[in-house]
Every structure is written in C-alpha cells, then in structure tokens.
Design a protein. Structure first.
Length: 546
C-alpha cells in the first residue's frame, strides 16, 4: 500500500462563535517608549487579544513551521465554524502558503460578540473537516494514477486539529461522537465514488482554550482509540502565549521535528550580521537562536551519543541540542563532506536574533557549527547555508571519512595499512557473496531451506575467529595450516577432510615438541617479534571448530 501518513493532510477547525471574542486576559504592553518620554504624556494602556486572535496566531505559526520545513507533500486545509462552516482553502498546492491563509482569514474578520450563540456551533466545522479529508489531494491523485487498477491501495489518512472553547468533558465527548459518526457515514459515500477516498485513519486533536485566570472546565486526556478509524486526544490550554507554545510543541510531534539551539552567535560588524540593526545594539556580544528541523539531522548524535542535549528556551517544548557558532573556514580541503540537508524554521521567527541570522545566511554566507566540548579537539558536525532562498541545516560527517585510508591496528605505536589482511578479506567476500536462488531447496527433515538464513549462518561461522590484521594472527600466516583453516569452516567434513586435518594437527604438535620456530613469514610482523606457540591455543579451543 502507498502510505500517506496522518501528517500528509491536516485540517484546522477554528471556532468563530461569539464567545471566542472574549479577551484572553493576557496583557501586552502596547506603549514600549519607556525611555526619554516627554513629561505630561500619558502612556497607552496595555492591550489583550481575543481568544479568536490567539487561536488564529497559534494555528498560523503551526502552518508557518510546517511550510518552512515541508513545502511539498504536506498540505493544510483551514475551516472556520460559526453558524455554518467556511473552508478557506483547498488541497491544491497553489493554496498552500501562509499568505493565502492570512488573506482568507482577513475576509472572515473577528467573531461578532453580539451574535446569537445558539445559532453557532463548532460541529459545522468538524463535519466539513471529515468531508475535506475524503477529498483527494494532488499527491494522492498522482499515486492513484500510477497504480491504475490498484488505486485502492493508496492510503488516506489525516489529522483534524480543532481549536474551540468547550463547555465540559461531556461536550468534548459529544464532539468526538459526532466526528466518529460522520467518518462512518462519509466512508460509505466514498466507497461508491471515484472522486472521494475512504478515511483509513484519522487523528482528532481537540484543544480547549480559555482565558488566563479562569479555571478549566475540560480535562486533559492522552490519545485514545475511539474506533479502528478514529483516535482522539484532548488538550486544555490557557490562551495567549500558552496556546502558542502548545501548538509549537504539537507541530514537533506531528512532523517528527527536533530542535537545535545555535549559541554564541557573534554580533560583530565584520560578520555583516544585520548591519542595519547592529548600531542599535548597546549590550550583549552573543545571542542564541533556536531552530526546528526534521529529527534525522540528529541521527548521528543518537548513534554516537555525543549530542549536548539541554532544555528548550520554551519550558514546555521538547529538548534541544546545543551547537556553537564556529568561525567559517576558508580552506575547502578542511571541510567535511555532507551526508544530509534539512530545511529549518526559527522557533521565534520575529525576534531580532532570528532575523539577523536568517538575513546573514540568505546573503550567501555559511555558518559551521561545532559540538560544545569541555576538552578535546573541535568537532564540526553541522553547517547552515542557503540554497535558492531556503535555509538548510547540513549534517557533516564528523567521523572518519570512508575515502580515507583505514586506521592501522597493531601492537606497536602507529601502524601501516599493509598490516591488514586485504587479500584474505577479498577471498572472504567471494566465499560469502549473495546471489539469486533459482529453485527452492529442502533440508533433510523436509522443511524449506531459506537461502538468506543459510547465508547468515555461514557468515556467522566464518567470522567467529577472523583476525583483521596480519600481526594479530599466526594460523592464517602459516602455509602448513592453510588446509586446516579452509576445511574447518565447512558445514560437514568428508573422510579425506578429516585425514588432512589430523595430519596438519599432528605436524603442529610434532613441531611444538621439537621446539621448532613457527614457519611463518616475518612480513608485517612487528612489535613483540615472532608469535609464540601459545598463540595457536586459541584456535582449536574456539567455538568455531566444535
């Protein structure tokens, strides 16, 4: 099945009923001219936003981050609900940008506090959201066209994020039941239509927002499966900055995002970082900027465990990885090769530090980022650079390059590449190469012999004892023991193989009894000199030869 995850289609349903015109009661200082104020001028009183404004701003920030990091294949549909549902955009890629949504919201305007609340309901928007999820996106249509007769194998999943002011837990349950029934009804309609798709999976995220200072009438509830098709979760969040923080946290969860904080960003004129604002900066020589990006940019940290993880600048957000600004290098030979590039989005896009950094990068400059370490050499793991007007976080290979010569592992200091058993390893690869099997084979007990499992068993048997360096092995350097080394890895031995093994072992025992030197070449042998006879003791005792 062609998988489209729930993150492919997101429907925002924002309550536009009269009660959303209520103040969030979180004051914002409107008059910021605190210095050099002329005497006699009365400062402007602080203002507060409505619940509607807080909900729209938080939803727009969610969409901005999603569009920044996923400009394609992730689509959003925006619906406002009052006396009816109004769909502000479509699944078409042309409608997928913040500017289109802002213009559509401007035509809607704020809720009318004098409207009749009995005529308004969030249910209209939820029903329209289910109908919208059944509609086919351009990407789903493309996948269905490719599959032709198997078009039904294209999955249809989506997510509904509802921002409202619920009355109680029972009211929330009523909304969930309505969505569940609507999905069931529309799936029946979609089953008989070529222009609609049945919903295989839907995530309902209900966010109850209320004014600061009020008690919440709705309880938080983690994700719960209401039916095989529908799951639901409930978040009770105060309006204002708390709602914005919650949506910021959800966008990270929904799209598998991670956070990176760039620290010690210098504010020097020589770096051309926001020159037009630099003259107004009187303090602070460095600043930090937190960025969001796909979590795969931290895969190398997860493997090595080197990531410096700290709490995000926002207390309720996920953890962030800290990277330090590093002076760009001019010598391209010293740069590491890139193993991945991921789009980024600033957490606080309107802050002065974020705008300074983005302007600096969009002007064609690049920034190398290093892992903060208390000791040891500098490790440059990432780089920020722009391509075509978009900023990417590049993951640099901080480990040894595969193009470099492998490190030598020897008994002494230093080492040489010639110490590796390169020729033997080539033969080892030939003996354990994979190839297609033309016909099935059966074992003695009648069970099917799986070629892949047989190959794994052979590889495990060959590598139980396989020294990689000439100076670490004796038995593989002795011509007299070559027949034994070749025979003991077989699944079964013939009578001739047993006789040859016995002859080789008796010969070795006789040489040890006479205290003869080991008949091996001295090439590649360093450090402590010729190997002792006790080196051979490990080989017969190893499990490989039992």
């Amino acid at each position: 099945m062609k998988t489209f995850a729930e993150s492919h289609k997101t429907v925002f349903v924002v309550d536009h009923c009269p009660y959303m015109a209520e103040s969030c009661r979180q004051h914002v200082e409107f008059d910021m001219l605190t210095k050099n104020r002329t005497q006699g001028i009365i400062p402007l009183a602080p203002i507060s936003k409505s619940l509607w404004t807080c909900a729209v701003e938080a939803a727009m920030e969610y969409c901005r981050i999603m569009y920044d990091i996923f400009p394609f294949k992730k689509v959003v549909n925006f619906i406002v609900s009052d006396s009816c549902s109004r769909i502000l955009n479509s699944w078409s890629q042309e409608d997928q940008n913040v500017q289109e949504l802002m213009e559509a919201l401007a035509t809607i305007g704020p809720p009318n506090p004098r409207a009749d609340p009995e005529c308004c309901s969030i249910l209209h928007g939820l029903v329209a959201a289910v109908e919208t999820l059944c509609k086919i996106t351009d990407y789903q249509h493309e996948a269905r066209t490719v599959l032709m007769e198997n078009a039904d194998r294209v999955a249809n999943r989506g997510r509904i994020i509802c921002l409202t002011n619920a009355k109680s837990d029972s009211h929330v349950q009523m909304l969930e039941d309505c969505v569940n029934e609507t999905i069931h009804e529309h799936n029946k309609l979609a089953a008989g239509s070529d222009h609609l798709m049945q919903i295989q999976k839907c995530e309902l995220v209900l966010i109850h927002t209320y004014p600061v200072g009020d008690d919440s009438l709705v309880s938080d509830r983690p994700r719960k499966e209401l039916s095989p098709v529908l799951t639901s979760e409930v978040h009770s969040v105060r309006a204002g900055r708390h709602l914005a923080t919650k949506l910021n946290h959800l966008v990270q969860l929904h799209f598998d995002l991670a956070s990176t904080t760039i620290t010690n960003i210098p504010m020097k004129p020589t770096l051309n970082v926001c020159d037009q604002e630099e003259q107004h900066a009187n303090t602070s020589a460095n600043y930090d900027v937190e960025l969001l990006h796909h979590k795969d940019a931290h895969v190398e940290f997860a493997k090595s465990g080197d990531g410096h993880v700290s709490n995000s600048r926002e207390p309720t957000l996920k953890e962030t990885v800290t990277l330090k600004w590093c002076t760009p290098r001019t010598n391209s030979v010293e740069l590491h090769y890139c193993i991945g590039a991921y789009r980024i989005s600033p957490v606080d896009v309107n802050s002065r530090p974020s705008s300074c950094l983005t302007n600096f990068l969009l002007n064609g400059r690049s920034v190398l980022l290093e892992q903060p370490r208390k000791s040891g050499s500098k490790v440059i793991s990432h780089m920020l650079s722009s391509h075509g007007g978009e900023i990417f976080l590049h993951v640099l290979c901080s480990s040894r390059s595969i193009l470099e010569d492998p490190p030598s592992i020897s008994e002494g200091c230093g080492g040489r590449v010639t110490d590796y058993r390169i020729t033997d390893f080539g033969e080892f690869m030939k003996e354990n190469r994979l190839m297609p099997v033309s016909e099935s084979r059966y074992q003695m007990d009648g069970t099917l012999d799986v070629p892949l499992e047989r190959a794994k068993e052979q590889l495990e048997r060959y590598t139980r004892y396989w020294p990689m360096i000439i100076s670490q092995t004796t038995i593989f350097n002795m011509q007299a023991v070559v027949p034994l080394a070749n025979v003991i890895v077989k699944e079964s031995l013939t009578e001739d193989d047993v006789v040859n093994c016995q002859k080789t072992i008796y010969n070795l025992v006789d040489m040890e009894r006479k205290n003869d030197p080991l008949p091996i070449s001295t090439a590649g042998t360093r450090g402590k000199g010729p190997k002792r006879w006790r080196t051979l003791t490990y080989t017969p005792k190893s499990d490989q030869y039992k």
